[in-house]
Design a binder for this molecule. Sequence first.
Ligand code: MLT
Length: 271
Amino acid sequence: MSNIFHFPDYDMAYRRQGQGIPLVLVHGFPLNSRMWLPQLQELSQYFTVIAPDLRGHGCSSQPDWSPDHPQPYSMDLLADDLARLLDVLEISEPVILGGLSMGGYIALAFQRRYPQRLAGLLLAATRPGPDSPAAKEAREKSATQAMGSGVSAIAEAMLPRLLAPAAYTANPDLIETCRSIMLEISLGAVVGDLLGMHQRPDSNPQLAAIRVPVLVVHGDADQIIPVAEAQAMAAAIPGAKLVILPGAGHMVNLEASRAFNQAVKEHFKQI
Ligand code: MLT
């Protein structure tokens, strides 16, 4: 990595590559910008690809925190961090904003808060709805588990569902890459993300009013967010294009990187 900005509350690291309209890629939980390497490599031929590490993830530092009073990293807070990054990079033109999973929750928060800063939206392996009561309970358990057993317990619990079932025998290198990326998160960020996702609002009501080009990409073997949720989201956004990648799981940008990049290039070259 990369570049660092010293914000008053923490240092934000980000990767930047290429030229052209900015394409900002936001990682999922509990990951970091390293998950976007195939996109940084290829899509930088067409876009200025910017991939931050969210607060406490990867090479970004963790703001002060106390396990007694953990701070939720709300989706709005993380969207505001993206706006801060664009400000310090002096990017005032509208950007294409992409997010995978939790990154998609943040992209939808950004759309709500800064619609004038958007030229396009890429929603990958994500959903607009809030957590169900059962999902909220699971978040609370995971946060307690992380504080007791550390971040590796969370990574190991998530790993078996992160990729398509077939990947666990076919692609052991990818499993190891994902594991090592997940271990680069701080404890404060694990807890902050879990509490932030737990309290995120329903983004469904805003979908019909989105007026920028939208691409929804999902793997049909996603074990974390069922493909039906992406289908419903795409149907609710005027003019959105839906691309379902066969055989890909939740890490659709890594598991089907070529097809993923092709879909992004095709859809956003119109901008
Ligand atoms: C992610 O990949 O960002 C998370 O699985 C999202 C979630 O837990 O809802």
